[in-house]
Ligand binder design. Structure first.
Ligand code: SF4
Length: 119
C-alpha cells in the first residue's frame, strides 16, 4: 500500500499544482488584459487617417491645409487650432473626435473645423 499510496499522492499533488498554475496564469492574463483595456491609446500608436477614408473625403480632410482652395478655407484654419484637435499646437499628429481611433495632421484641415477656445 505504501508505494501505491505515494504514487497516487504524487499524481494528485502534481495535478493540484498544475491547476493552481493555470488558475493563477488565467487571473494574471485577465488583469493584464483589463489593464490594457483601460489605458487610452496614445496618439503615437494610432494610424494616420487616410485622405481616401470615406469620412475624410466627405469632410474634405487633407493633411496639408495649404493645398485647399482659398475659397473653401480661411488661411488661418488648421487642425492644430481646431477645437476638435486633441493635441497641442506644435504636435504634428493628434487625435480628433471626428476620426476615432486615428490621428490627423496638425497642419491638416477639414470642413468641420471649429475655433479652439483660448485657455
Ligand atoms: S475636425 Fe478639426 S481637427 Fe478634426 S480633422 Fe477637421 S479641422 Fe482637423
Amino acid at each position: 500500500m505504501g508505494k501505491q499510496h505515494n504514487k497516487r499522492k504524487g499524481a494528485l499533488m502534481s495535478l493540484l499544482t498544475r491547476r493552481r498554475f493555470v488558475a493563477s496564469a488565467g487571473a494574471a492574463t485577465a488583469a493584464v488584459t483589463a489593464g490594457f483595456a483601460s489605458i487610452p491609446a496614445r496618439a503615437a500608436d494610432l494610424p494616420r487617417v487616410s485622405e481616401d477614408d470615406p469620412t475624410a473625403k466627405a469632410l474634405n480632410y487633407v493633411h496639408d491645409a495649404r493645398t485647399v482652395d482659398a475659397a473653401k478655407r480661411f488661411s488661418d484654419r488648421y487642425c492644430y487650432n481646431c477645437a476638435l484637435f486633441a493635441g497641442t499646437a506644435d504636435e504634428e499628429w493628434a487625435k480628433c473626435s471626428v476620426f476615432p481611433g486615428k490621428v490627423v495632421a496638425g497642419k491638416g484641415w477639414c470642413s468641420v473645423w471649429a475655433p479652439r477656445q483660448p485657455g
